[in-house]
Design a protein around this ligand. Structure first.
Ligand SMILES: [Cu+2]
Length: 280
C-alpha cells in the first residue's frame, strides 16, 4: 500500500510540474472540462464501484446458528465479565480472558455493565460498542490457534487504557477440556489462603466456586491460576504482581473498584496469592 501511494503521489507531482510548465492555451476549455469529467469523475466512479461490488461478499456479517457456542461478555470498569453458554449445558463464569475453539463460529453477546465500553480484538474482528441496557451481537471465527490481544476501545474512565484482555484460540478438543476444568469448583477450599481470603472479606466482591465466596461485583477468581494475566490483561500472572494488586489495587489501576488493604501483612497477601494461583 505504501509503495502504491508513493507511486501515485509521485505521478501526480510529475503531472503538476508538466502542467505548470506547458504553455497557456495548450488545451481548450472544452478539452480541459472533458479531462476533468473523465479522470476526475467517470474513471474513479467505475473503479470504486467495481471494488465495492468485489468486496461486498466479504463484508457480509457471519450469521449465528442455534448450536453455536455463546459467550456473554460484559464490560465493567475496568475489566471483562465472561459467561460461556455452550448449547445444552449450564453456563460457566470467568473473567478477563476469552477462550475460543478454532474453526467454529462463536456468538459473542456484548453487554454493557456500567458505562460505555467497546470490545476490540484487532486480530479477530472489528470493534463493537458495549452499551448499558442493550446487547450487541458479534460472531467471531478463529482460523488458527494462538493468542490475540484485546483492548477496550471506548473511553470509560481513569483506567480505560488499562482495560485489556487476551483471546486464546484453541483446538476444539483442548477447548472442551479447558471448559470442563473451568466448570469444576476449586478443591483447595481448606487451604490457609482460602481462610485468609474469607477473613479479609474478599468474598463480598469475588466468587470462588467451591468456597463460600459468591460476590459478583469483581471478577470471578475460581480458576485465576489458569489465566495468563492479572487485572484485565495488564500484567503477567506472577505471585509478586498478585500480591501488589491485592494490597493496593488503586495504585496499580487508578479508579479500580477494589479497595486497598494497607493493613494486610505481606505474609497474608502472599498466602492468598499463592492459593489463587494454585486454582487452575
Ligand atoms: Cu474503556
Amino acid at each position: 500500500m505504501v509503495l502504491g501511494a508513493v507511486v501515485i503521489a509521485l505521478a501526480l507531482a510529475a503531472l503538476m510540474v508538466t502542467a505548470s510548465r506547458s504553455r497557456e492555451g495548450a488545451l481548450t476549455h472544452r478539452q480541459g472540462m472533458r479531462l476533468v469529467l473523465w479522470a476526475g469523475g467517470i474513471v474513479p466512479s467505475v473503479v470504486l464501484l467495481a471494488l465495492l461490488i468485489a468486496t461486498l461478499p466479504a463484508m457480509r456479517p457471519i450469521r449465528a446458528a442455534g448450536d453455536d457456542l455463546r459467550v456473554t461478555v460484559t464490560g465493567e470498569q475496568f475489566w471483562w465479565r465472561m459467561a460461556y453458554q455452550p448449547a445444552g449445558a449450564a453456563a460457566v463464569t470467568s473473567a478477563n480472558e476469552l477462550r475460543l475453539p478454532v474453526g467454529r463460529d462463536v456468538v459473542l453477546a456484548l453487554a454493557g455493565g456500567d458505562v460505555l465500553h467497546s470490545f476490540w480484538v484487532p486480530g479477530l474482528a472489528g470493534k463493537m460498542d458495549m452499551v448499558p441496557g442493550r446487547t450487541n451481537t458479534l460472531v467471531v471465527h478463529a482460523t488458527r490457534a494462538g493468542r490475540f490481544r484485546g483492548q477496550c476501545a471506548e473511553f470509560c474512565g481513569l483506567s480505560h487504557a488499562l482495560m485489556a484482555f487476551d483471546v486464546v484460540a484453541m483446538e476444539p478438543a483442548a477447548f472442551d477440556a479447558w471448559l470442563a476444568a473451568e466448570r469444576r469448583p476449586v478443591i483447595t477450599a481448606a487451604a490457609a489462603g482460602a481462610r485468609l481470603f474469607d477473613a479479609h472479606g474478599c468474598g463480598g466482591c469475588h466468587a470462588v466456586r467451591g468456597t463460600g465466596a459468591a460476590g459478583a461485583i469483581g471478577p470471578d477468581l475460581t480458576h485465576l491460576g489458569a489465566r495468563a494475566t492479572v487485572a484485565a490483561g495488564i500484567q503477567p500472572l506472577t505471585t509478586a504482581n498478585l500480591v501488589r494488586f491485592i494490597r493496593d489495587a488503586p495504585a496499580v489501576k487508578p479508579g479500580a473498584r477494589m479497595p486497598a488493604y494497607p493493613q494486610m501483612s505481606a505474609t497474608d497477601a502472599t498466602a492468598i496469592a499463592r492459593w489463587l494461583e494454585t486454582n487452575r
